[in-house]
Design a protein around this ligand. Structure first.
Ligand code: ADP
Ligand code: MG
Length: 239
């Protein structure tokens, strides 16, 4: 089956206080695809996600389903994009179930919200067993899964995930990647994921972009990137 183009960035530049930190970024995400965005600290990965979601302004073009868009978080949610930012942001004093349901507040439909939350529990069995516990009592990995589950409540076509495995043990990292793959297969969600766990991520990606100093320096299939020395060069600071 041929996949349709979902999101395209053409020559996008953006930054802070009038100073660009990402330059001329062009990238593509097809529907139901997993795309990785990689690069050292400070390369501009989070800034790209913030520009896509409309947290910061940009120059150049962002196209969604072939049409130029002017991103703002509310519009993006309506269009079917969800953003799970860096850091595990859960409401510690609410239960797991309540945290998930909050992700659907924009639906304005309590019954639909409960239905979706129940469906999501199947994708996240560990959250299902802990649904009445306080989110603050969960482990780091479980809190990360919870913030991803919350992001899925709007049934996005595209999920933006910023460093979902930061600070987690290798075993938990594996679980998070499995969940990402399950979401992609079960819900046909396209996922743009920022990651530093390159070797665990590349096998499940359709495409990967490597970023250095705010510019894309390589793009290819996950396999081709894994087989080249581009990541080593970038992470050693040679590019
Ligand atoms: N809110 C901000 N205000 C000013 N500069 C920022 C802000 N956030 C990030 N930066 C700068 O932008 C550059 C890219 O940062 P970022 O996109 O967070 O990188 P990455 O996610 O790849 O680690 C860095 O030099 C960082 O210091
Ligand atoms: Mg970042």
């Amino acid at each position: 089956m041929k996949k349709e183009l979902l999101l395209e960035l053409k020559n996008v530049s953006a930054g802070y206080s009038g100073q660009n930190v990402i330059h001329d970024i062009s990238l593509l995400i097809d529907e139901a695809e997993i795309v990785a965005l990689m690069g050292p600290n400070g390369a501009g990965k989070s800034t790209i996600l913030k520009a896509i979601f409309g947290f910061i302004t940009h120059t150049g073009s962002i196209l969604y389903e072939g049409e130029k868009i002017y991103p703002s978080p509310q519009n993006l949610v309506k269009m079917g994009v969800a953003f799970v930012p860096q850091g595990r942001r859960v409401f510690a004093n609410l239960t797991v179930k309540e945290n998930i349901e909050i992700g659907g507040f924009s639906l304005n439909d309590e019954i639909e919200c409960i239905r979706r939350a129940e469906h999501l529990m199947h994708l996240f069995p560990i959250l299902s067993t802990k649904q009445n516990e306080y989110a603050g009592a969960l482990s780091g990995g479980q809190q990360q899964l919870l913030s991803i589950a919350r992001g899925l409540m709007t049934q996005p076509k595209l999920l933006l995930l910023d460093e979902p495995t930061l600070g987690l043990s290798p075993k938990v990292v594996k679980e998070i990647f499995k969940t990402i793959k399950d979401i992609n297969e079960d819900q046909k969600t396209a996922i743009l994921v920022v990651e530093h766990n390159l070797h665990s991520l590349l096998p499940i990606t359709d495409r990967a972009y490597v970023l250095a100093h705010g510019k894309i320096v390589a793009s290819d299939t996950g396999g081709a990137i894994a087989g080249s020395d581009i990541l080593e060069q970038v992470f050693m600071g040679k590019i």
